[in-house]
Design a protein around this ligand. Structure first.
Ligand code: SAJ
Length: 401
């Protein structure tokens, strides 16, 4: 079987590699020539444990070949980004562009799958685009939507073992896509229609966003009420049917902080909780920045000098090097505005160098600082001992005090 993967990013590349390892002849297409060259050397341009070795293996055996343009195949997968515009409207132009470029290659019996997170109705829209360009293929193609749900850092395992939701534009399409994923997925494959599969992906990430917003809202209430939110949540979670997540410095990354907008932009009146959760999680980062700034001002009043401030963590979540859409990075930038760079010790143990932030080792920063703001709950930070001599702003539960 020949498959053409459009997009070799955080999801497209690992999926292409796993498919190739399971005997499929994969053409991997990316618009970035550097990405194509890197992969064809058997190397990878993303950080994902274990992937480098597998890439080298499938490139050496010629099961995966990266190119800049698609090639005739039996299966076409669209795995490109779907960002949002400044108004929080989904931007499906990459999906459209990738679809346009495979249209000339499509033939009777082929399977076209979208994996990119997409607003409800995108698969039907792309089907119409294909058939308006190739009317002779109407009812002769299989078209389906199948979202990925892997967690960065554990992608290889989850790609194979997670259950998948597969929704075709008709029963035959669903069945054909199911057979394709059956080649390399060991998790269960659940059949539905394309619209439900699209909404399912948006629902999963919105559900997590809403649950985190609940924890973040509690943290704001507890701060005012003089209650330790970590103790409160641990106690509430002793109830057999309560399972509250952890508050933090906001919600980041390219998925949970983005996908809910794909619902709120199409269903603004109906998506009240989903919309409010986005606001709360965004506000939490703003609140952490303000709290840090106020603490700095108070220190100056109390001590008649500027404090040394340690900002602990820049990544969008614990124990990764990914700074995309990171609330910690936003907080650091906002807090440092109008200040001398030298007053701040910026820490990110998972990154060696940063072009904007001068990084300091976490132990040195913690030791030297008058004020310490924990922005990300990296494992390293949990080894530090509580110090009564410092002002500690524990936004993500390092000491849970
Ligand atoms: N966070 C909290 N408190 C928590 C849990 C998370 O503040 O209790 C924050 C994190 O610090 C981070 C953000 O939420 O800023 C998102 O992190 P995450 O670990 O919840 O999720 P992602 O963005 O790495 O991956 C999610 C996953 N989706 C769900 O768990 C429903 C993953 O399975 C998806 O494949 C991925 O989005 C995606 O690509 O859509």
């Amino acid at each position: 079987m020949k498959a053409c993967f459009m997009g070799l990013g955080y999801i497209g590349l690992p999926t292409a590699i796993i498919a190739a390892r399971h005997g499929i002849d994969v053409t991997g297409v990316d618009i970035n020539s550097k990405v194509v060259e890197t992969i064809n050397r058997g190397e990878i341009h993303i950080v994902e444990p274990g992937l480098q070795e597998l890439c080298n293996e499938v490139v050496t055996s010629k099961k995966l070949i990266a190119t800049l343009t698609p090639e005739e195949s039996e299966v076409y997968l669209i795995v490109v980004p779907t960002p949002f515009t400044g108004d929080h409207e989904p931007d499906i132009s990459y999906v459209e562009a990738a679809t346009h470029s495979v249209i000339p290659f499509l033939k009777e019996g082929d399977l076209y799958i979208i994996e990119s997170t997409s607003p409800v109705g995108t698969t039907e829209k792309m089907a119409n685009l294909i058939f308006s360009n190739r009317p002779e293929l109407k009812d002769k193609l299989h078209i389906a939507y199948c979202p990925e749900r892997v967690l960065p850092g554990n992608v290889i395992y989850e790609l194979i073992h997670n259950d998948r939701v597969i929704g075709g534009i008709n029963e035959a399409s669903t069945q054909k896509a199911l057979e394709f994923y059956g080649c390399f997925v060991k998790g269960e494959l659940h059949k539905t229609n394309a619209r439900t599969a699209e909404m399912c992906k948006l629902t999963e990430n919105s559900s997590r966003d809403v649950q985190i917003a609940f924890a973040n809202e509690l943290s704001l209430i507890c701060d005012k009420a003089g209650i330790n939110v970590w103790e409160l949540i641990a106690l509430a979670n002793k109830h057999p049917r309560v399972n509250i997540l952890q508050p933090g410095s906001g919600v980041g990354g390219h998925c949970i902080a983005v996908d809910p907008y794909f619902i709120t932009s199409d269903f603004p009146m109906e998506s009240q909780i989903i919309g409010k959760a986005r606001e709360i999680n965004n506000y939490k980062a703003f609140w952490c920045a303000e709290k840090t700034q106020n603490t700095i001002q108070q220190f100056e009043i109390d001590h008649g000098r500027e404090p040394i401030v340690a900002l602990m963590g820049l990544a969008f979540k614990p124990n990764i090097d990914d700074l995309r859409e990171s609330p910690a990075k936003y907080i650091a930038t906002k807090v440092m505005q109008g200040h001398n760079n030298g007053d701040f010790l910026i820490v990110e143990p998972n990154v060696k160098e940063h072009k904007v932030f001068k990084l300091t080792h976490y132990k040195e920063a913690y030791e030297k600082a008058d004020i310490v703001a924990f922005l990300v709950a990296h494992d390293e930070f949990k080894e530090l001992a509580w110090s009564d001599d410092k002002i500690i702003l524990d936004f993500c539960g390092i000491f849970k005090r």
